[in-house]
Design a protein around this ligand. Structure first.
Ligand SMILES: Cc1ncc(COP(=O)(O)O)c(C=O)c1O
Ligand SMILES: NCC(=O)CCC(=O)O
Length: 440
């Protein structure tokens, strides 16, 4: 692996290139999600063969330390034996019933115990479904149409969220998608992240019209941007004053920055929470939940319709159960360990930057963070967009060659998990030292 003296260059990506060529004939852009394409950094997306723990191997046999973790779910690393066993056992009893199962109760209880603001929870199949459904319920509950979202936040690809959206839309330079009707767009009010005064103005101008404020309590889709002190508290106060439902989109931060997510970490309690990624242990799961009074608006108790053929799927629930029960029983060890890794990674990065006279901006919260190619503080979409994305692209490719797999965009966070230990930390920092030297 990469050390100061042994630099890996010129990866053999010939099989990935061949697959990519073939894939583009039958799959738009050759990928089943645009975030996977290397469009904003250039080059060929890696086709992956397998992964274990903190490491991923591509179809050409190149091995990388993985800092994407399937875009968040892999808190305990790839192919964790507990998850693999749970899925195999579940599959033996059939892959789906379309009828209730006992494991769904256990998963719901685990979620409600870990995230106490969630009194009732509904399982869906993705983070996108979770946020779309939560917004519908908030609208049904309040009888209001408008939502407030933040520029640069990403809540999946529901129509009314694809306005100034972060993640793929931001990386591809198309934050407002064609196909979203004007009718949909007019009900989405856009606010600046970390600017509560702007939110207050909107809530006052649209008095009695705003159903919900949806926010990434730690933004992770324009890079990792923590909330400024007081920002989340102010959102809570505005919602209380104006009868607005506060939705924390914790699809990314849930179980990642604390056992109870960002709401536990910052001590601010939303009315509703959306979850995804870690909750399914790498299988397709999302969830939304919140106060009982609100969740009882959901069908069949209440009138707001939301459904799913595969919702609460037994494989997904068993995988989720394996992960959540591990979190519940081992949280006192897990989160301090993640925090130590995060601290050491940032400290080592700062040393690498200092050695080269660079003053790029770093952020981190729990098991996520960013290295922004900017000398300024990054606190919102505008400051994120000021980053040198070309330098990031060079860094990304240099890191790949050094054996470290980062997100192919400046506007995505890095993630790690409990499988990232001392050895991975040392290799990552050595790789980073080489990569930064090579590109400057
Ligand atoms: C904060 C946030 N919300 C929602 C989503 C959408 O989740 P999914 O990709 O599972 O639909 C994502 C990630 O994609 C996310 O980061
Ligand atoms: N941060 C963005 C995501 O996690 C989305 C991944 C995807 O859409 O493939």
């Amino acid at each position: 692996m990469a050390t100061d003296t042994q630099t890996r260059t010129e990866l053999d990506l010939s099989t990935s290139k061949r697959h990519y060529e073939a894939a583009q004939h039958r799959i738009p852009g050759g990928v089943n999600s645009p975030a996977r394409a290397f469009k904003s950094v250039g080059g060929t997306p890696l086709f992956i063969d397998r992964a274990e723990g903190a490491y991923m191997t591509d179809v050409d046999g190149n091995r990388y330390i993985d800092y994407i973790g399937s875009w968040g779910p892999m808190l305990f690393g790839h192919a964790h034996p507990d998850v693999v066993r749970a899925v195999k056992e579940a599959a033996d009893a059939s892959t789906s019933f379309g009828a209730p199962t006992e494991i769904e109760i256990e998963v719901a209880e685990l979620v409600c115990d870990l995230v106490p603001s969630v009194e009732k929870v509904r399982m869906v199949n993705s983070g996108t479904e979770a946020t779309m459904s939560a917004a519908r319920v908030a609208r049904g509950y309040t009888g209001r149409d408008k939502i407030i979202k933040f520029a640069g936040n990403y809540h999946g690809h529901g129509d009314f969220f694809l306005i100034a959206a972060g993640s793929g839309p931001l990386s591809l330079g198309e934050p407002n998608s064609p196909g979203v009707t004007e009718g949909n767009a007019k009900d989405t009010l856009l606010a600046r992240y970390n600017d509560a005064a702007h939110v207050r103005e909107l809530a006052e101008s649209y008095e009695d019209e705003v159903a919900c404020i949806i926010v990434e309590p730690i933004a992770g889709n324009m890079g990792c941007i923590p909330p400024e002190p007081g920002f989340l508290e102010e959102l809570r106060a505005i919602c209380d004053e104006h009868g607005i439902v506060l939705i924390f989109d914790e699809v990314m931060t849930g179980f990642r920055v604390a056992p109870g997510g960002a709401q536990e970490r910052y001590g601010v309690t939303p009315d509703m929470t959306t979850l995804g990624k870690i909750i399914g242990g790498g299988l397709p799961v999302g969830a939304y939940g919140g106060k009982k009074a609100i969740m009882d608006y959901v069908s069949p108790v209440g009138p707001v319709y939301q459904a799913g053929t595969l919702s609460g799927n037994p494989l997904a629930m068993r995988a989720g159960h394996a992960v959540l029960s591990k979190i519940a029983t081992e949280k006192d060890d897990i989160y301090p360990q993640l925090e130590r890794y995060s601290e050491a990674l940032e400290e080592g990065t700062r040393q690498n930057l200092d050695a080269l006279g660079l003053s790029y901006y770093t952020t981190r919260v729990g098991a996520m963070g960013s290295l922004f190619f900017s000398d300024e503080r990054v606190t919102d979409l505008e400051t994120a967009k000021a980053c040198d994305t070309e330098a990031y692209a060079d860094y990304f490719h240099a890191m790949l060659e050094e054996g470290v797999y980062l997100a192919p965009s400046q506007f995505e966070a890095y993630f790690f998990g409990t499988q990232h230990g001392e050895a991975e930390l040392d290799k990552t920092l050595a790789a980073q030292r080489n990569a930064l030297k090579r590109i400057h």
